[in-house]
Design a protein around this ligand. Structure first.
Ligand code: DX5
Ligand code: ZN
Length: 218
C-alpha cells in the first residue's frame, strides 16, 4: 500500500447506483472506502447504518473504514463488524463511551480500532491511545456534513501525534481535504486522506484522484 492513501468518503456518492459507483472507484484505483455513519444525536444529521455497510461489503472486497458519528458507539460495534467493517472508528467525545474499553472490544473482534476527535477537542484527549489504537482520525471539519471548509487546527494535531505515536500508528484526516489542502495534510504526517466532495463533484473519479495524489506529494 502506498502512503498516503486516499479514501473516498462515499457519503457524497450516488446511492441510487451504488454498484456503478463502486465499480468506478475500483477502476480509479481506490484501495479502501470510508463510510460515514451518523445518528442524528451525536451530529445533527442522519446518514445510514448497518444495511448500507453490508451492501458495500457485498459490492466490493476493498477494506471498509467505518466512521461512527454516534452516541454510545459500543452498543453497535459488533453489528458494524458483522456488516463488514474492517476498521471501526469511534469519537472520543461521544456520550457514554469508555474509549479504552471500546477500542479493546473492537480489536478483540479482529477489527481495526480507531479513535477520533472533532476540531474543538484538544489532541490530549487522544494521546492516551497512541499505543493501543490502530488509527487516530483527526477531524478537519465538525463531523456531520460533507463539503465543509478545512480547519487547519487539524495540522498541528497530526504533527503532534506523528511525533509521539509509534511509526505503525495510522494517522487519518477527514473533512475539507481537496487540491488546496491535501499537501499540508501529508506534510503534517497523515497516512490516510478521507476525501468526499473533491472526488464526487468531479465526473472522472480517476482523474480527480490522480490529481489529488500529485498534489499530496511532499
Ligand atoms: C464529515 C464526514 C466526512 C465528509 C468528508 O462528517 O466524516 O467523511 O463526508 O467530505 P468532504 O471531503 O466533502 O469534506
Ligand atoms: Zn468521515
Amino acid at each position: 500500500q502506498q502512503s498516503p492513501l486516499i479514501l473516498p468518503s462515499v457519503l457524497s456518492c450516488d446511492f441510487s447506483d451504488m454498484r456503478g459507483e463502486v465499480e468506478r472507484l475500483e477502476a480509479a484505483g481506490v484501495q479502501a472506502l470510508h463510510l460515514d455513519v451518523m445518528d442524528g444525536n451525536f451530529v445533527p444529521n442522519i446518514t445510514y447504518g448497518m444495511p448500507i455497510v453490508a451492501a458495500f461489503r457485498k459490492l466490493t472486497q476493498l477494506p471498509l473504514d467505518v466512521h461512527l458519528m454516534i452516541e454510545n458507539p459500543e452498543r453497535y460495534i459488533r453489528q458494524f463488524y458483522e456488516a463488514g467493517a474492517d476498521i471501526i472508528t469511534v469519537h472520543e467525545e461521544a456520550t457514554g463511551i469508555d474509549t479504552a474499553n471500546v477500542l479493546q472490544e473492537i480489536k478483540d473482534m479482529g477489527c481495526g480500532a480507531g479513535v477520533t476527535i472533532n476540531p474543538d477537542i484538544p489532541v490530549e484527549r487522544v494521546l492516551p491511545f497512541v499505543d493501543t489504537a490502530d488509527l487516530i482520525l483527526i477531524m478537519s471539519v465538525n463531523a456531520g456534513f460533507g463539503g465543509q471548509t478545512f480547519n487547519p487546527v487539524a495540522l498541528e494535531k497530526l504533527e503532534a501525534l506523528r511525533k509521539v505515536g509509534p511509526p505503525e500508528l495510522l494517522l487519518e484526516v477527514d473533512g475539507g481535504v481537496n487540491l488546496e489542502t491535501v499537501q499540508a495534510c501529508t506534510e503534517a504526517g497523515a497516512d490516510l486522506l478521507v476525501i468526499g466532495s473533491a472526488i464526487f463533484n468531479q465526473s472522472d473519479y480517476g482523474a480527480a484522484i490522480d490529481q489529488l495524489y500529485r498534489s499530496a506529494q511532499v
